[in-house]
Design a protein around this ligand. Structure first.
Ligand code: AHR
Length: 321
């Protein structure tokens, strides 16, 4: 090696030693809930591609809807000494001990798409979520506007019991319709965010409500449950989207397909890209010691049949939804 190239190599090695952490060096453990819905599957796919774009090594642990599996995964990530932990918490309570362990190990935790009990705020770095109370309000306001002065009995398919988004989407919707005496939720039950349970619960609602004749609208906390409910309505000889109005949350391709067929009326979008903003916040925190805001809020946009659902479907199906 010439003296000149030796000098250059030495300078490069010295400069590398003084570099702050860069994204390529980061390993992030992601405790994902499972694959209960099309939206969830999309979030997993998008998380992998967002990590790859930033050269982050993302290790995903699928908890199959069980908090105990999430707790085990977090402990395993701590033992592996990962640089950060992403957590999509299936329910909002019961995280204190394990998140304290992560804090003691100096591993930052970022919440994705769901929140934990407010008492745990000091236990995580930031949360990338939508305003899920607002999502419920958007759904309720749309229904109130669409129904006008007509009396309307609503049935509600709730998300997973104990999940922050289920409680918040209920709260927001109830607040919005409380301003309208003609709107009333007559039945409300969990469908656990799945298509199969959404169908099953809707079948029982239809039976209990005069074969569906007393139902004016269905509000579902996600699109997958609504797709199941649409199937139940069709099998009962009802016309979803016409005899019974529908409004749900997520904006996955299957609901746009149903809208194109005139079988669904409205959805509120939840972006599956929670990992992109979370990784950017984490990289800035590691590289520049920038503390992110406690809440990084994603958008909640309403789509109806007037928004060219076929175009929305075509635009989203390639994203791995
Ligand atoms: O936490 C986000 C919710 O979880 C989505 O709206 C739903 O589809 C998923 O199961």
């Amino acid at each position: 090696m010439s003296f000149k190239s030796l000098l250059a190599a030495t300078a490069l090695a010295a400069s590398m030693l003084s570099f702050p952490a860069i994204a390529a060096e980061l390993t992030v453990g992601f405790s994902q809930i499972g694959s209960e819905s099309g939206w969830r599957a999309a979030e997993t796919t998008v998380s992998k591609s967002e990590a790859a774009k930033r050269k982050v090594n993302l290790k995903i642990a699928d908890a199959q809807q069980k908090q105990e599996n999430q707790i085990k995964a977090i402990r395993s990530f701590i033992a592996q000494n990962v640089d950060a932990i992403f957590l999509a918490p299936v329910v909002s309570t019961g995280w204190d001990s394990v998140l304290k362990e992560a804090k003691e190990a100096k591993i930052p935790v970022v919440l994705l798409d769901r929140d934990i009990d407010p008492s745990g705020k000091e236990l995580y770095l930031t949360a990338v979520t939508s305003d899920s109370v607002h999502e419920g309000e958007v759904a309720g306001d749309w229904l109130a506007k669409t129904v006008g002065n007509k009396a309307c009995s609503i049935v509600e398919l709730q998300g997973t019991v104990g999940a922050s988004v289920a409680a918040n989407r209920k709260k927001g919707f109830d607040t919005a319709i409380a301003k309208h005496a003609n709107l009333k939720v007559v039945r409300s039950q969990t469908g656990d965010f799945t298509r199969a349970k959404g169908k099953e619960v809707m079948e029982s609602f239809i039976k209990a409500e005069g074969g569906g004749k007393n139902i004016c609208a269905v509000y579902a906390h996600n699109d997958d449950m609504m797709v199941g409910a649409i199937q139940a309505m069709k099998e009962a000889g009802l016309k979803p989207g016409k005899d019974i109005l529908t409004v749900s949350i997520d904006a996955v391709p299957d609901i746009f397909k149903a809208m194109t067929a005139g079988e669904a009326n409205a959805t509120v979008e939840l972006t599956p890209n929670m990992a992109g903003p979370a990784l950017d916040a984490l990289i800035a925190y590691k590289d520049k010691k920038t503390t992110p805001p406690k809440w990084i809020q994603t958008e909640s946009k309403l789509y109806t049949q007037t928004d060219d659902p076929q175009k929305q479907y075509d635009g989203k199906k390639g994203l791995g939804y």
